[in-house]
Design a protein around this ligand. Structure first.
Ligand SMILES: Nc1ncnc2c1ncn2[C@@H]1O[C@H](COP(=O)(O)OP(=O)(O)O)[C@@H](O)[C@H]1O
Ligand SMILES: O=P(O)(O)OC[C@H](O)CO
Length: 498
């Protein structure tokens, strides 16, 4: 087993990463490349699909090169990706016809309002598990087909392909042979019926999307096809696909009904395993497919927070009060508390549980004594407050308290944030030893499909705790902080309309 590895490709919102895992779930090699974010207009966020592919491919080549001399065998490739982001390309040339419209992009907000006014909310929630919001892929795909010159005509002739980022990577990895996605990614499009497990004709008609552009939908763990000669001389089976948040849920081994993880990356995404049941949220969570393995579909409730770690990047890149994300902790520790300053990070509106496309960011409660440290602290606290709001809504949906939270993602290295999170939630927060749980989850899904791991019982034992954060802050103080947060968020909501 020692020289046999799984290659995980983790295509995130801010960077492309490739990681090699061994049989005991350890990281053997990794490579990461950041790529360009495009903001052509306020509220718009785009990526260049070619840059996505190039950075992903280069990092994959780099990790393979690191084990080249070790007589290594790559048993399978697992793919995991930023979800909802839409790529449309020409089937003949393989060239994208427009930039990728990123999940954070709000350009279809008005159309979403029309759908809500047309009383589609209930049907869409029942069929897709989702809340109507420009976050999801369907309305972005519709925008490209309607706005790019000649796109609709070409789509109707079957000349265009649509995909979330997983489909785009696999198309390129196989030299244009495969146009597939998996159920987890399909469940984020607002076009896929998570009950019948098929593209929904009524919703395709509603949004005017020709079925010919759609990828075929597969399970999360099976051999879909093989990489072509460009990546490695021998074809490697591509054997796992999952959206990054679902992959992280799997990598965190949240296999039991009721287990919950929260990933702190660009945004924050909390998922609760609900087993074989679709729970129709009454508290603004979404229902989504967690994974499908061996014909069995597992569902999850999800609370999606749009801005989390990216508020720290904003402090770095736009406000300039830190030089690196890591510096935020030291800056925030220079003050004992937030000094009554609150930051609402609604830079691209608010996701769960508010779903306000028109909310915008705010820093409020400033006094003559407020300084950069208070703002840094308020930024970190805002991540924990948003998580609190989601956790409470989720508890209301599942009907019992959540007893512990497993955490991962780039921002969980921040001990101040993790401690404050435990303080605010009042439940233990478990940080595992492997923080790359997204990539690990995709590796597990791929490895299971090719028999690298026998079954989930074999991999379950690999999950281990690095640190458990327990609440320390007194409950009165927490209550006061939450009251301040609630007030601040109410001021930021519906800002753009006003
Ligand atoms: N020490 C830190 N404290 C707070 N946030 C951090 C820290 N280090 C990194 N981050 C944040 O984590 C995010 C990157 O996490 P990652 O999981 O790689 O995100 P993604 O997959 O969304 O690209 C960035 O937004 C960054 O600002
Ligand atoms: O790239 P991440 O880790 O920020 O994840 C993005 C989510 O998949 C968006 O739904």
């Amino acid at each position: 087993m020692s020289n046999r590895f799984i290659l995980s490709l983790d295509q995130g919102t801010t960077s492309s990463r490739s990681i090699l895992f061994n049989h005991i779930g350890q990281i053997i090699a990794s490579s990461q490349k950041e790529y360009t974010q495009h903001y052509p207009k306020p509220g718009w966020v785009e990526h260049d699909p070619i840059e996505i592919w190039n950075t992903q491919f280069e990092t994959a080549k780099e990790v393979l090169a690191q084990v080249e001399n070790d007589n290594a065998t790559i048993e399978a490739i697992g793919i995991t990706n930023q979800r909802e982001t839409v790529v449309v390309w020409d089937r003949a040339t393989g060239k994208p016809i427009y930039n990728a419209i990123v999940w954070q992009d709000r350009r279809t907000s008005k159309y979403c309002d029309e759908l809500k006014a047309g009383k589609w909310a209930e049907t869409i929630q029942y069929k897709t598990g989702l809340v109507i919001d420009s976050y999801f892929s369907g309305t972005k795909l519709r925008w490209i087909l309607n706005q790019v010159d000649g796109a609709m005509e070409k789509a109707q002739k079957g000349e265009l392909a649509f995909g979330t980022v997983d489909s785009w990577l696999i198309w390129n990895l196989t030299g244009g042979k495969l146009h597939v996605t998996d159920v987890t990614n399909a469940s984020r499009t607002m076009l896929y019926n998570i009950r019948t497990l098929s593209w929904d004709e009524e919703l395709l008609n509603l949004m005017g999307i020709p079925a010919s552009v759609l990828p075929s939908v597969k399970s999360s763990s099976e051999v879909y096809g093989y990489s072509n000669g460009e990546l490695a001389s021998k074809p490697i089976p591509i054997a796992g696909i999952a959206g990054d948040q679902q992959a992280a849920t799997f990598g965190q081994m949240c296999l039991d009904v009721g287990s919950v993880k929260n990933t702190y990356g660009t945004g924050c995404f909390m998922l609760c395993n609900t087993g074989q049941e679709v729970i129709e949220s009454k508290n603004n969570m979404v229902s989504t497919i967690a994974w499908q393995i061996n014909g069995e579909t597992t569902y999850a409730l999800e609370g999606s927070i749009f801005t989390a770690g990216s508020i720290v990047q904003w402090l770095r890149d736009e406000l300039g009060i830190i030089r690196s994300s890591a510096e935020v902790e030291d800056l925030a520790r220079k003050v004992e508390d937030n000094g009554e300053v609150y930051l609402v990070p609604a830079l691209t509106g608010l996701g769960a549980p508010y779903w306000d496309q028109y909310a915008r960011g705010a820093i409020i409660g400033l006094t003559r004594g407020s300084n950069a440290s208070h703002i840094a602290r308020a930024a970190l606290e805002s991540i924990a407050f948003q998580t609190y709001d989601v956790l409470k809504a989720m508890e209301a949906d599942i009907g019992h308290p959540i007893k512990e939270l497993r955490v991962d993602g780039g921002a969980v290295v921040n001990n101040l944030l993790m401690q404050f999170q435990a303080d605010v939630l009042g439940v233990p927060v478990y940080r595992p030893t492997i923080l790359e749980t997204t990539a690990l989850g995709a590796a597990y899904l791929a490895g299971l499909a090719v028999g690298f791991w026998k079954d989930v019982d074999e991999i379950k034992k690999q999950w281990a705790v690095d640190e458990c954060f327990q609440k320390e802050l007194n409950p009165d103080r927490v209550e006061k902080l939450l009251a301040g947060w609630e007030k601040a968020i109410s001021r930021a909501m519906k800002w753009e309309e006003e």
